[in-house]
Design a protein around this ligand. Sequence first.
Ligand SMILES: [Zn+2]
Length: 488
Amino acid sequence: MFTRASALLLVVLSLITGMGAPISAPAAQFQAGEFAVEFFPVAPYHIGDILSARVTYTGELPADNWEITVALAVEPDEVLQSTTFSQHNRQAIFYWIVDTADMAPGFLSFQFTLPEASLTWTEGVHLLPDPGDRTAEWAVAHSTCCTLHYLTGTDAAADLAEITAAVESRSALALAQFDEAGVLDENPLTDPLPIVLIPVVVGHGGFATDEAVLTYSHHNWTGINFEILAHHEIVHVIDRTINTNGPRPAILSEGLAVYLSGGHYREGDPLERAAALLALDLYLPITDIVNDFYAAQHEIGYMQAAALVAYLDLLYGWETVIDFYFNLPEGPDDKAIISTASEARFGLSLAELEVDMIAYLTDLHVDSNVISDVGLTVETYDMLRRYQTLAIPSAHFRSAWWPHPRHMRMQGIVGDYAYREKAPLHIIVEHKFTQVHDALESADYTQAETLLTEIDALLTRVEHTDSLFLFETVLVKIHTLPRQLTRP
Ligand SMILES: [Zn+2]
């Protein structure tokens, strides 16, 4: 029987044999512990999980297409998969290495090898017994606009009729919005739009590949309105389908999606919300964020992007806005692209346009509720990302685990999106987030602030501990009870 002790021995041996072996550059420069391994689906792992691994190189060298292999530590010569590190993010990903269905609970150790560097080490997971209730399977429903992929036994499966009606009406609305600008010669959604509904949260409740992947859950702690999110993603798909000539700067494509879907996360007037950002001193100069739009504070960037599109619509009309956006010239960066086109069309550079927009926003009357809502929305989502970083990094958009759902469907794999076991901290914080969203929805800003303060206190306590195993002792006071008297 392969034991943990022998796994440890292997680690030690591999460190001794692997490190510093000058077989080929850059082997000699490797340091122990420069490779971080994460296993998925996220912990705790169970018999029945189909495990994947993501290896991140944290050292100084350029991880330039290095080859890496993985094997079970008990059969180190039988390579299960081989892949290379991405130059871009220094990560190597092994998708669905092994199905643990027929294994016994216990520690499962993997051997990772960089053959060219003669570097070998082992890492593994503790496999808990099969929970016995994991029966979800992929299922599909077809409607005129969309193909809905969902998992059986989930809230999406229960609400399929309502969801279908919602995506039908939202896609009809989105098509009408483009049609109004005179750019629809024919229906761009001849191939139904694939929408994947998952019960777990990844990112802010949705992400798009060539399929729109949306969280659908009765306990969605990201607080995002499903219909608005679906509309947002449908706009992206129509945009990508018909606006194929020239660039689509992110600030305009996201601005368009937020503007047409009626808001970011929730309904809201884009110009009023941008004016609130100015009043709160949260406004970010568009000329600063336009070239690296996705790096800007997320909520602020998206609200301002929508305001820019709304402002152009106000000044020049919808047809002109879409014609402008659909006919942008190529350029060195998004700022130059928009600025050149704006100058040619409106006689204003992007910087001049922004000066005018700020003057307009400054004069705009903003309801005090909108100011509170905008400020607290930014605070809420900053807090939500802080929580994800601390307690569920696989959901944070910068470290997300989001394998392509189509590949999973083809292989009948559901685990990466179907299940999340929650520690007490997850349950408590996520519940508080749903209460924050309810409070914002009912304009109870004092309550929202109180709840955010409570979440902040919890996260601060976790930040000062170094292990998630401390959740119970952090959160639950254990009372010392008097000893019970026993009779002889
Ligand atoms: Zn978007």
